[in-house]
Design a protein around this ligand. Structure first.
Ligand SMILES: [Fe+2]
Length: 363
């Protein structure tokens, strides 16, 4: 399959995402789409290197297309809140205008939508963040990321209010050698009477239930595994053939205090370029160093249910509704945030956006 998503069972993927905290979609992008993103990643990397930057030391391998310095800071901050403005700014970066934008807002966003609560006028699905994650050749010691959950780097209020999904997309074939992801799936709630796994709660369509469930599962994690030990477990072929428990009735209580749970085996991601791993903000993952002699490139947009704001109402990162109609139809939302932008992004606004500290979200 090469970017032909028609055959995918989206309901099954959705269930896997909520059960494990992640799901792998092999070949989510076409070869052409991968080429477009590779060209842009290479262009930005080459620019930064030509400016004397060390991609790992100075950037931690994380390159944000709009704020990395390749183009001048946008004059207006509306790109943070509007798809049309974002597309205009974004198309200044890419060498192939109108190419990355549809990959981002049509292909990736429509997949990401499957894993987030139902979109409403008050909670439009938004682009929350966008970056390339590049690991330079033979950078084993500097290009590893430790165990983390992407949501833990958000403002605490935002973390408890807005579900996010990270769309980690391999632009090169990834494996154990070149710095791929290692994921510890969510522990599984267990019905100790019937010896079955509880099925998903009957509805996860609203942000509160979605967050409660994902945070509940994440609270059942034990201590972080040693990375080498986790890798050994992930590669243990014998464990793959172990019998698994049947699925029982849906989980009724969302309070993890009332759950027994079973830890799942870590998963090493080994997929071809163009594959996307959709990660819950609360799933624990890390990445390995790049020991190979080639660059390892990944692209990772993140989408949120609603415009992610901190407790004081300030926008945390991007809050670009994936459909312009949402902004236009919902004037209340638009006006509120337009005012907020005018108030908060007047003076040192771009500097603030540029200096935000969120590097460890990635991998
Ligand atoms: Fe991450």
């Amino acid at each position: 399959m090469d970017g032909n998503l028609g055959a995918l069972d989206m309901e099954e993927l959705r269930k896997q995402f909520h059960r494990d905290g992640f799901v792998i979609v092999q070949n989510a992008l076409t070869r052409k789409e991968v080429e477009i993103l590779r060209r842009e990643a290479d262009c930005l990397v080459n620019f930064l290197i030509s400016e004397g930057a060390d991609i790992m030391k100075d950037y931690g391998g994380v390159i944000e297309p709009i704020s990395c310095g390749y183009t001048d800071p946008p004059l207006s901050q509306m790109f943070i809140l509007s798809r049309r403005s974002f597309a205009a700014v974004r198309n200044l970066v890419t060498e192939d205008p109108d190419t990355v934008v549809p990959i981002l807002f049509e292909k990736m966003a429509s997949l990401a939508r499957t894993f987030l609560p139902e979109e409403t006028q008050d909670n439009p699905i938004c682009l929350f963040n966008e970056q390339y994650i590049v690991k330079t050749p033979k950078s084993e010691l500097t290009s590893q990321f430790e165990w983390h959950q992407d949501a833990q780097y958000m403002d605490p209020f935002a973390q408890d209010s807005f579900p996010i999904v990270s769309c980690w997309t391999a632009l090169d074939d990834v494996n154990q050698m070149n710095g791929t992801l290692l994921i510890e799936p969510f522990p599984r709630p267990l019905n100790t009477v019937s010896e079955t796994y509880f099925d998903l709660p009957t509805s996860l369509n609203d942000p509160k239930t979605h967050l409660q469930y994902h945070q509940g599962l994440a609270s059942c994690y034990k201590d972080k595994l040693d990375k080498d030990q986790a890798l050994t477990l992930a590669l243990d072929r014998r464990a793959k053939n172990m019998p698994s428990r049947p699925l029982g009735s849906p989980l009724k209580t969302l309070d993890p205090q009332h759950w027994e749970s079973e830890i799942q085996r870590p998963v090493l991601v080994q997929v071809p370029a163009g594959s996307t791993i959709f990660l819950s903000g609360f799933v624990r993952h890390c990445s390995l160093g790049n020991t190979s002699s080639k660059f390892r490139r990944a692209y990772m947009p993140q989408f949120s249910a609603g415009a992610v704001v901190a407790e004081d109402g300030r926008i945390v990162s991007l809050a670009v509704p994936i459909t312009d109609s949402h902004v236009l139809e919902n004037t209340h939302y638009y006006e509120d945030h337009d005012e907020q932008v005018n108030q908060e992004y007047h003076d040192d606004d771009y500097e603030d956006y540029e200096n935000q500290e969120d590097p460890e979200m990635f991998a």
